[in-house]
Design a protein around this ligand. Structure first.
Ligand code: C2E
Ligand code: CA
Ligand code: CA
Length: 244
């Protein structure tokens, strides 16, 4: 019982509203204190523990999202990170559909974040999995875009809804010419392939303004909020709603 999910708001650019949240794992160890997911997830991934953890993450995120919906908040899309081993599971699509089916959520209220690394292992299988998830109505986002082995020829076949610009590119905005060029190219590429773009790691108002002016669809980062507990997220959201 030491795991917890935190939620980081994602802001819709055209409305300024909270349009989504990324669920991020936190482990508060009773002796060692806080352990970063960047540290313990790769270890869990090397055993089957990651499968139990991943299932718990999906269930917890969906139940939380349902509970926000039932308490009267506007519709929210919660994004969950998929692990490699989880993605390889033959019953992945069925499991996800079952978990969402136990709630009153609509499929488009769950977003699945995958990294390029997950897709290159068995491309045909990945295409099938993503097509099935897409056909069921789930939202698909390609995380850390531009840092892996981006195969542009496959991009279109993966049924993706969002490209997520990696924070390493966002960091250099608006001063680093290379990061600016890469970011603008990603936005243009995504839009010309009928995908949306979300930027992560947005820490300053300059970055937020630049991304907004260049057509990014959603923003996420410390500038808006760090990942916070469900309780704090509720308060953050209530405050945002009062601003309108
Ligand atoms: P990620 O999916 O790329 O998540 C984004 C990371 O960037 C998060 O780190 C988040 O806290 C951090 N971040 C968000 N905004 C900013 C910002 O403005 N500036 C900076 N410098 N950082 C920002 P976190 O929570 O430590 O997670 C690290 C990684 O662990 C995640 O990277 C993801 O790969 C993995 N992870 C986290 N939760 C889960 C999970 O439930 N399942 C799986 N499979 N992986 C997870
Ligand atoms: Ca992510
Ligand atoms: Ca990321």
């Amino acid at each position: 019982q030491e795991l917890q999910l935190f939620y980081q708001p994602q802001i819709n650019i055209n409305t300024g509203e909270v349009g989504g949240a990324e669920a991020l794992l936190r482990w508060q160890h009773h002796e060692l204190g806080f352990i970063s997911p960047g540290l313990f997830i790769p270890i869990a991934e090397s055993s089957d523990l990651i499968l139990d953890i991943s299932k718990w993450v999906l269930e917890t995120a969906c139940k939380q999202n349902e509970s926000w919906m039932l308490s009267g908040f506007p519709e929210l899309c919660v994004a969950v990170n998929l692990s490699g081993k989880q993605f390889q599971q033959d019953n992945l699509v069925e499991d996800i559909a079952n978990i969402v089916g136990m709630t009153q959520l609509k499929p488009h209220q769950l977003e699945l974040e995958i990294t390029e690394g997950l897709l290159i292992e068995d491309v045909q299988k990945a295409i099938n999995t993503l097509t099935n998830l897409h056909n069921l109505g789930f939202i698909l986002a390609l995380d850390d875009f531009g840092t892996g082995f981006s195969s542009l020829s496959y991009l279109k076949r993966f049924s993706l809804d969002f490209l997520k610009i990696d924070q390493s590119f966002v960091r250099g905005i608006p001063h680093d010419n290379d990061d600016v060029a890469i970011t603008r190219s990603i936005i243009a590429l995504a839009h010309s392939l009928q995908m949306n773009v979300i930027a992560e790691g947005v820490e300053t108002i300059e970055q937020a303004n630049y991304l907004e002016n260049h057509g990014c669809d959603k923003l996420q980062g410390y500038y808006f909020s760090r990942p916070i507990s469900a309780q704090d997220f509720t308060r953050f959201w209530e405050q945002k709603l009062e601003e309108y």
